[in-house]
Design a binder for this molecule. Sequence first.
Ligand code: NAG
Ligand code: NAG
Length: 489
Amino acid sequence: MAQTKRMLWASCLIFVLVQCHLPSAKCSHALSNVGINWGALTSHPINPYTVVDLLKDNGIKKVKLFDVDSWTLGALAGSGIEVMIGIPNDQMERLSNSGQAEQWVKQNLTKHLHGGVDIRYISVGNEPFLASYENKYRSSTFPAMKSIQKAVEKAGVAEQVKVTSCLNADVLDSGSDKPSDGQFRSDIKDVMKEILQFLNDNNSPFFINIYPYLSLYLNPNFPEELAFFDAGRSFEDKGATYTNVFDASVDTLVWALKKEGYSDMKIVVGEVGWPTDGHKSANKDKARRFYHGFLKKLGNQQGSPLHPGVLDVYLFGLFDENLKNIEPGKFERHWGIFEYDGKPKFPVDFSGKGEDHKWPVGAKGVRYLEKQWCVLSEDVKDFSGPVYEALGYACANTDCTSLGYGCSCADLDIRGNVSYAFNQYFQARDQSVEACDFDGLAEIVTSDPSKGTCKFPIVIESAATSLKTRDAIIHILLLGFALFFVTFM
Ligand SMILES: *[C@@H]1O[C@H](CO)[C@@H](O)[C@H](O)[C@H]1NC(C)=O
Ligand SMILES: *[C@@H]1O[C@H](CO)[C@@H](O)[C@H](O)[C@H]1NC(C)=O
């Protein structure tokens, strides 16, 4: 009897350890309707098992992925976290073929479902109708959705896994600021009608990405307070009062759906967030203000005037991604609530209680390369051609999106921004000595050149090598604890 009790205690303890990782760590709970986007366009991804621990430590129970990576899904197996997987835009044409779609479902869906991954949604394409794609994916999106749906049905999992497509809010064109003018963009209206019918038939939700930040970025005359949730300002539309552009965007969709005859369609916000660098309106203070107001609003189950109550959302996003395309703007690489290495950037209360000083739990056990940086050599006094050429070369081949007007490294002098660029280049190449030369202009130093808001990062150890050691240590520890309790209690 006593033996069984001890065993029970031991397994409870192990359970707690596995859930929260450290006996001292307090388990946090996030709002159940709040998930997060986990993008992977980064040169130095964190070990996915570490990321899953981070999600659990913050109580986040839903993630949205943009692709299907076996290592990532393996880490999510058995985690209790709901998953949305994605099909990249350039694969849609191929997957319109039913044989290919069936192969896809077998390799990328059912295999992982059987492996214990709680996959709930598939996004066919990511923002395929984005206006800047100029209809490149207009003809492949719906056929791919149909063939993936058929393959999902054939595999017998259509009840648990819903097929949809995450769309940017620019599928809507209101022609004015009024939500009631909301309708689908004329160049895609036909295909949108087919997609709406499809979603309705299959009981799949409409995923829309909404970015108040972009309203501000794209329109210098946009009233800034309306991008946040604490504005002392409002506007009226058909008897509804709007105090923020997020609600107005949700209701623009509600109106557009209603006009097509789908008033009851479930809406999910696939992406919403605020970047922290790369533009004057992208910084930690504004991001903090945005998330604070937004999560508190969700915590109060305060929807929009036409969509009251609970709204499912996926924040964008988890980490900074230094390989993202910056054509839309330099801010694109700075959407993370966490830095690229898993350190939280600012206080966020995922529980929706609006605690102002609550920080997210950062990634644990991330390992860094040596504490050394690459800078412009002290000996260089002549800032002429070669230095500028080296700066241009470094920035063309690494991430310099924190340099420049309004960004976190805007206050550096010329020596500072050349050093910044050299260091970015050097770290991205895993501190290889050859990457800190620049024709003799560069040198390696061991004191941190960071200045004010401008951080000179040190790169993390590549996920692949640290994986095995860390997991081995955790297993040995858990086994040790279990043996200890069973033997001595
Ligand atoms: C599964 O997904 C991956 C990642 O998107 C893709 O490269 C691969 O081709 C897919 N498998 C099949 C059989 O389509
Ligand atoms: C580097 O610094 C100079 C002087 O402070 C600044 O004018 C310039 O725009 C910066 N260059 C880059 C690439 O940010």
